[in-house]
Design a protein around this ligand. Structure first.
Ligand code: SF4
Ligand code: SF4
Length: 239
């Protein structure tokens, strides 16, 4: 059974340790930040930022709440980006971890098509045309270590392990949090390997907190390509 994350946003303090640890492990450059009236920086994910702690201020039940959402690739179980690419040299599953991995060969793909296929708006294009995103620190995981973000998180918000263990932990935490926050829910837990728990309406945290434009986490475009692939294979076999 492959690995999964459980991200308990109710324990997140937005310290950004995970965001910085991700940069450090992947040797990614810093980005110019600016005061945009929010503590969130940079403004969005990018080719050089695979993990971003999104921050929103919302008035809920007459009280001001800070909602934190450590955003990253969900490592979909049937990844629409991978299905859309159809090129294992560019996008493939790392079998031991279940991570969806992008290589430099993504340069040869139609970047717009790949980006639009992702129901969570994750992949970002670099100046050379290649695409990048979180790789689950699959090199660390292969060596028996947790991803850098999980290792760094001081509050227990970021968790990682065998999928069954993470689903179990998620259910236990949700039962506990529901006592005070009846709206608490897990986001798309059956479709992805990065399972978030939120205490309020997920749309308040981030517009792509749950899968968009999809049926069961698979985009219409990727689903269509998947349906047509056996036909394409048959045609190339007969040619
Ligand atoms: S979240 Fe997006 S980029 Fe990540 S595996 Fe799923 S489709 Fe691909
Ligand atoms: S390290 Fe943990 S507490 Fe800090 S921002 Fe990331 S998820 Fe939140």
């Amino acid at each position: 059974m492959s690995k999964s994350f459980f991200i308990d946003t109710t324990l997140c303090t937005a310290c950004r340790g995970c965001q910085v640890a991700c940069k450090a492990w992947h040797d990614l450059p810093a980005e110019q930040t600016e005061n945009r009236g929010t503590y969130q920086n940079p403004a969005d994910l990018s080719f050089d930022t695979y993990k971003l702690v999104r921050m929103r201020e919302e008035v809920i039940g007459g009280q001001l709440k800070w909602l934190f959402f450590p955003d990253q690739c969900r490592h979909c179980i049937e990844a629409p980006c991978l299905e859309t690419a159809g090129d294992p040299a560019a996008i493939y599953y790392d079998e031991p971890s279940g991570a969806v991995i992008y290589t430099a060969a993504t340069k040869g793909l139609n970047a717009v098509e790949i980006i639009e296929s992702c129901p969570y708006n994750i992949p970002r294009k670099g100046s050379d045309g290649a695409l990048a995103k979180c790789d689950m620190c699959y090199d660390r995981v292969g060596a028996g270590m947790p991803p850098a973000c999980v290792k760094t998180c001081p509050t227990g918000a970021m968790n990682f392990g065998e999928r069954a263990e993470m689903l179990d932990l998620a259910q236990k935490r949700m039962a506990m949090v529901k006592r005070t926050h009846p709206e608490a829910m897990l986001l798309d837990p059956d479709d992805i390997r990065v399972i978030y728990m939120v205490a309020y309406d997920p749309g308040l945290y981030h517009e792509n907190a749950v899968a968009s434009n999809t049926a069961y986490g698979i985009s219409r475009q990727a689903a269509l390509k998947r349906m047509l692939r056996p036909l394409k294979n048959l045609v190339s076999h007969l040619a």
